[in-house]
Design a protein around this ligand. Structure first.
Ligand code: UGA
Length: 403
């Protein structure tokens, strides 16, 4: 927003985070963000403060960007949104606009309105579609901007904030904007579960899922993105948002069997990949794992498919040695997982190698440096990342997904 020329003040409850951001230190791995923040700080258009109340007093627009974690019963937990709204309620300037960026259940715009009790302040829904790892690029080159409000004029004012991006701006009512966010994530998750299901069939009939996806992706009605098979989808969004949409459907009296199937296929994929790795490792065998984050280009481990698979392998009695370029110290919830400092070190004394995240570096490891280290000589590549023929030539047995 600051890079578009707006004056932006960001508030957080974490004093340490605020301090570091003021110094231009970015607490997450996110390509291009450090440069953007440095530019914002030096232009004076970007500031960081502690506490929501210190950011809103002269704001025209107030974006709520707080987490909405999965609550006890699968519904999104709105408590952070409500607390933030309460904190700013009395401080908002007259006729300002509160914009909900957090992923919230349909109807939450009204929840915020009720907490604010400020008839002069409009509440607008403006869902985000950024992917971790490419968030800066996605923000600057959006496919669309969605703004939803029951007050059309407020929605249009928010839309104008993004005008410089030249993207289509879709103005809807609040409930539709909130639904778009869940529908988009559920549809993307559906695509991946579909691909993973076709991959399982490909394995049974001797087809190559990569060619099959290329073949269907040329059809513009299908599109060629988001068709990569893998260990199953994860991250901080898809798992919680699919469950939240199932809850929303339940409350709307609709049995969303299709989406339940998408979630079930994903769990099946974790199981399938874990069994494949376990079989290759042998009873109680040690598994070398390359990649722990939920995808490449991020240091985010939340709901990572790699951890899902590790959970299963540990309960099957395997030992784990893992390497990930962004994970340097042991994982608190997985004290038995040995974190190694290189790809080669992870393989030392292991019975099988499993690739779980698509980090580009893994592609460039020379298989001849690894071949003597893995006792079974077997590699399970759940991302179809490695050069199969190079690994076969080096003497490995190679198993990808759907080929
Ligand atoms: C996702 C959406 O893609 C964003 O549009 C959305 O804004 C975001 O959630 C959110 O709700 O905040 P993100 O979770 O960062 O973004 O990651 P994705 O790139 O969507 O990947 C999600 C999972 O699907 C990862 O585990 C990834 O490895 C997997 N995936 C993705 C595949 O297995 N195959 C694919 O072809 C694509």
């Amino acid at each position: 927003m600051a890079s578009l020329g707006h004056s932006v003040c960001c508030a957080d409850v974490d004093a340490k985070k605020v301090e570091r951001l003021r110094a231009g230190v970015i607490p997450i791995v996110e390509e291009g963000l450090e440069r953007l923040v440095a530019e914002g700080l030096s232009s004076g258009r970007l500031t960081f403060v502690l506490g929501a109340e210190n950011a809103v007093r002269s704001a025209e627009f107030v974006f709520l960007c707080v987490p909405t974690p999965e609550g006890a019963d699968g519904q999104a937990d709105l408590s952070f949104v409500e607390t933030a709204a309460q904190q700013i309620r009395e401080l908002l300037p007259r006729n300002s606009i509160v914009v909900n960026k957090s992923t919230v259940p349909v109807g939450s715009t009204r929840v915020v309105e009720r907490v604010l009790r400020r008839p002069d302040v409009s509440v607008v829904s403006n869902p985000e579609f950024l992917r971790e790892g490419t968030a800066v690029h996605d923000f600057l080159h959006p496919d669309r901007v969605v703004v939803g409000a029951d007050n059309l004029e407020a929605a249009e004012r928010v839309g104008r904030l993004y005008e410089a991006l030249g993207a289509p701006i879709l103005v809807t009512d609040a409930a539709s904007a909130e639904t778009i966010k869940y529908a988009a994530n559920a549809f993307l998750a559906t695509k991946i579960s579909f691909v993973n299901a076709i991959a399982a069939i490909c394995e049974g009939v001797g087809a190559d899922v990569r060619d099959v996806m290329r073949g269907i992706g040329y059809d513009r009605r299908i599109g060629n993105e988001f068709l990569r098979p893998g260990p199953g989808w994860g991250g901080s969004c898809f798992p919680k948002d699919t469950l939240a949409l199932l809850k929303i459907a339940e409350r709307a009296n609709y049995r969303f069997d299709l989406l339940q199937g998408v979630v079930d296929v994903n769990l099946q994929q974790f199981d399938r990949m874990a069994s494949r790795i376990s079989a290759a490792a042998g009873k109680g065998g040690t598994v070398a794992i390359w990649g722990l984050t939920f995808k490449a280009l991020t240091d985010d481990l939340r709901d990572s498919p790699a951890l899902e698979i590790i959970d299963r392998l540990l309960s099957m009695g395997h030992k784990i040695r893992a390497f990930d370029p962004t994970v340097r110290s042991g994982l608190e919830s997985y004290p038995s997982v040995q974190i190694c400092s290189s790809e080669v070190e992870a393989c030392e004394g292991a019975d099988v190698l499993a690739v779980l995240t698509e980090w580009e570096n893994f592609r460039w490891v020379d298989p001849t440096d690894i071949v003597g280290l893995i006792t079974s000589g077997h590699v399970v590549d759940t991302r179809n990342l490695l050069d199969r023929s190079a690994w076969l030539t080096a003497g490995f047995t190679y198993q990808g997904v759907g080929r």
